[in-house]
Design a protein around this ligand. Structure first.
Ligand code: FAD
Length: 284
């Protein structure tokens, strides 16, 4: 079971992976997972394709993590555009696969969804999903949080109020959106604790190893880029290997600082890159 004890001093280590795009790539992802297992993570989570397009693959990957590697697995699930029966089918598949922990997410609105479909969706927010899972399953439930606020929210304060509702609905740990400036995470954590959010919060770290990756990451996550990271891209962006080293060094310094501040957990967005993830872990 994943440690949910806030008195536990050890900073946990965990990874996020994504499922293969094609069936023939499963063995490749399994090998990445076997290598990640050697780094002794406390848990590994697996993403869920937007709109549930690769839902079955998330079940298969988390089942492998749980059953074959005997590591706690967290299956991401989203609810936007899903009916109760879709969810029930997904939960039944997870149960059969031996996966008992989910990251309950709202998800982003699929491009294909009309305004009418969006307004009439069965689950409006992740909190609705958490309530449903809590009432109908025995799943352990984690949730997402945003140190720099969720992009739709008018303020961090309002986002935190909704986060508190999500936690009160039954979330036992949180995984944060990636951030590149630890000060955002510390400020967010202070405010969350003051509001009475006491569950463990795993700090999301995305190693930036190419200039292109930073652009995509920032546009998807909305995370701020500190001058130091922007300078790294300006200096090393054109040199593949130097950029990779500088990106690893930045992530390592971020993680060391977080550990010194006694955070509950470090959650590395591995992007299925085993070499980079292994190097980071050997340095922290
Ligand atoms: P919610 O918690 O529902 O929050 C969404 C917004 O609604 C916030 O602005 C919140 O303040 C607001 N809100 C909440 N409750 C209310 C209310 N009652 N009234 C008004 N406003 C409210 N996406 C995927 O598709 N697949 C993945 O695998 C995936 N993994 C992720 C993993 C992590 C760690 C994170 C941080 C994000 C992940 N996402 C994933 C992205 C996520 O689906 C999006 O960020 C989505 O826009 C929000 O999901 P949520 O569960 O945080 O939503």
């Amino acid at each position: 079971m994943i440690q949910n004890n806030t008195h536990e001093k050890k900073t946990s280590l965990s990874f996020e992976v994504f499922p293969p795009k094609k069936d023939e790539e499963f063995e490749n992802v399994y090998q990445i997972l076997r290598d990640l297992a050697k780094l002794n993570p406390d848990f590994i989570s697996c993403t869920y394709g937007a709109g549930g397009s690769r839902a079955g693959k998330t079940v298969e990957i988390t089942s492998f993590i749980q059953k074959e590697l005997q590591i706690d697995a967290i299956a991401h699930i989203t609810c936007v555009g899903f009916t109760r029966s879709d969810l029930e089918r997904n939960c039944a598949a997870l149960k059969e696969a031996g996966v008992n922990h989910v990251l309950a997410l709202r998800g982003d609105r699929p491009m294909s969804m009309t305004d009418e479909q969006y307004d009439q969706r069965e689950f409006h927010y992740a909190t609705d999903l958490v309530q449903h899972l809590k009432a109908n399953t025995e799943l352990c439930i984690s949730g997402a949080c945003y140190p720099e606020k969720h992009f739709e929210s008018p303020s961090l304060e309002e986002d935190l109020r909704h986060l508190k509702e999500k936690v009160d609905a039954g979330v036992t740990s949180l995984i944060s959106q990636m951030f590149f400036d630890n000060e955002f995470f510390y400020r967010f954590l202070d405010k969350a604790r003051n509001l009475g959010i006491q569950v463990p919060v795993h700090a999301g770290i995305m190693p930036i190893t190419t200039a292109k990756q930073l652009g995509t990451t920032v546009s998807l996550s909305g995370s701020s880029v500190p001058k130091e990271l922007a300078d790294i891209i300006a200096i090393y962006g054109d040199n593949k290997e130097d950029m990779r080293k500088a990106g690893i060094d930045y992530a390592v310094r971020q993680i060391r600082d977080l550990k010194e501040h006694g955070v509950d957990g470090i959650h590395i967005y591995s992007m299925n890159k085993i070499k980079t993830t292994t190097e980071i872990c050997s340095l922290i």
